[in-house]
Design a protein around this ligand. Structure first.
Ligand code: NAP
Length: 433
């Protein structure tokens, strides 16, 4: 009988589910794979987990080194989160010749290259399917199912919390803080949801997908990232009126040897496939030279969907170890690919100016835009508001980010402008239904 002896570090939301599933589905997994997946050590610094999960005390420890150094363990599953300690334990395990599974997107987007190189050096496997989009098998799809493709574009709704908030703002006509409150009440947002709201969680995931789809290691620090906290109810309403939805997207586009990466809210046509993705769901729209375009959709977070991905990594690695033939997919680096500076991106824009309601205002704004080569596609001007300032909403033709920033700096200093202008980029190439 083949056995895979597993050491689990961290048994909170995801790790707790992994432990339970491996216990409950042990026979079923054995029946399907011929391998007995056996948890032989469990570590968590929170002692209460032992009781909560009914873990035998002989298996439980609060010291991760007892897991990484145990010669009887074949594979380590790291589910503690954070970067420093997780990095230490993973490296320790890899150097001891153990394969590893992690869901840690923050760590992989920070130190992925070092970890992948260390795995190759030590001829061990690494699984990280749960690090991006939970139940969607995007890692396997890019690395295996779509391996014959050259990818040109990837657009992803990579964070369930922000998608939930934007969906609620769109459909319940509520503002950001009200939607965030509902997300917290439902357990979809943490008490401190900074990583989600700021877009950083999406940037971590985009960094991992970029490595796989475009063979380029780019730290999340080098990805332009903007969150959703500045999106106002009014902008969501205008977007609807104009036939768009507001979504937080991770965007990667490749044109010859230039790679464009960014995470920010966008106006997406209401008919775009990604506009139909609501609530906590994630989706990834990908274009390849052989597949054309494809959309993957599913639950992005939560203990069970993430644990499902961890189990799939364990089974895959278990099967490879059973074959006793080390053949890890290489993590190649495309040194010819250059990152486009963010200032150089070209896209359409939505502007909302808050201006005094008097003749000549539009002409003054249009003059500055014209001087910066930004051409206007359409304008909506609303009636006078009680504060005697009116929103003027404008859509532009494709313009350069640098020109737009310069123009808005000038416009916001004009005496006719009463509040900083809101700018949302518009994404409307392919992907419409
Ligand atoms: N939750 C999700 O939906 C989800 C989805 C996909 C990926 N992930 C990723 O999965 C990983 C785990 O997330 P989670 O939501 O399961 O976190 P969690 O609920 O906070 O669980 C982490 C557990 O590890 C323990 N821990 C922390 N540091 C430790 C250390 N140095 N040694 C031993 N135990 C330690 C924690 O104890 P304390 O409680 O005492 O800190 C906690 O019990 C993260 O990398 C996360 O990004 C999560």
């Amino acid at each position: 009988m083949e056995r895979l002896r597993i050491g689990l570090i961290g048994c909170g939301t995801v790790g707790g589910q992994v432990y339970k599933i491996l216990k409950r589905k042990r026979r079923n997994l054995y029946w399907k794979t011929g391998i007995l997946f056996e948890v032989v050590k469990v570590c968590d610094k929170a002692k209460k987990r032992r009781k909560e999960l009914k873990i035998p005390s002989s298996l439980f420890t609060t010291d991760p080194h007892q897991v990484t150094n145990d010669p009887n363990i074949d594979i380590i599953v790291e589910l503690i989160g954070g970067t420093e300690e997780a990095f230490e334990y993973l490296c320790e395990a890899i150097k001891k010749g153990k394969s590893v599974v992690t869901a840690n997107k923050a760590l992989l987007s920070e130190k992925g290259r070092t970890i992948f190189d260390l795995c190759e050096e030590n001829r061990v496997y690494i699984g990280f399917e749960a690090s991006v989009a939970g139940s969607i098998p995007i890692i396997k799809t890019i690395r295996e199912s779509f391996i014959g493709n050259n990818f040109s574009k990837l657009l992803g709704i990579l964070n369930g919390t922000t998608n939930f908030i934007l969906s609620k703002m769109t459909h319940l006509d509520i503002d950001f803080n009200q939607a965030l409150k509902i997300a917290k009440e439902k357990g979809y947002a943490e008490a401190e949801p900074y990583f989600d709201i700021s877009g950083l969680d999406s940037a971590h995931k985009l960094s991992i997908l970029t490595k796989l789809a475009f063979n380029k290691s780019v730290s999340w620090r080098n990805i332009y990232t903007e969150g959703i906290d500045r999106i106002e109810k009014m902008d969501v309403e205008f977007a609807r009126e104009l036939g768009y939805r507001v979504k937080l997207l991770g965007i990667a586009k490749k044109d010859r040897n230039i790679l464009e990466l960014r995470v920010h809210p966008v106006l997406l046509p209401a008919t775009h496939l990604l506009s139909l993705v609501e609530d906590v769901y994630n989706a990834i729209y990908i274009e390849g030279d052989l597949i054309g375009n494809s959309l993957l959709y599913g639950k992005g977070a939560g203990g069970k969907p993430a644990a499902s991905a961890v189990i799939s990594d364990l089974v895959e690695i278990g099967m490879k170890l059973k074959m006793k033939n080390y053949g890890n997919m290489k993590f190649r680096e495309d040194s010819t690919l250059e990152l486009l500076p963010f200032d150089e991106i070209k896209t359409k824009y939505y502007f909302r100016f808050t201006a005094v309601d008097k003749p000549g205002v539009l002409a003054k704004i249009a003059k500055v835009l014209g001087e910066k080569n930004i051409s206007i596609a359409s304008v909506i001007q609303k009636k006078e508001s009680p504060q005697k300032a009116v929103p003027i909403v404008m859509l532009t033709h494709p313009s350069k980010e640098k020109n737009v920033s310069e123009a808005l700096k000038i416009i916001d200093k004009l005496d006719i402008i009463k509040k900083p202008t809101i700018k949302i980029r518009v994404e409307e190439e392919d992907g419409n239904i």
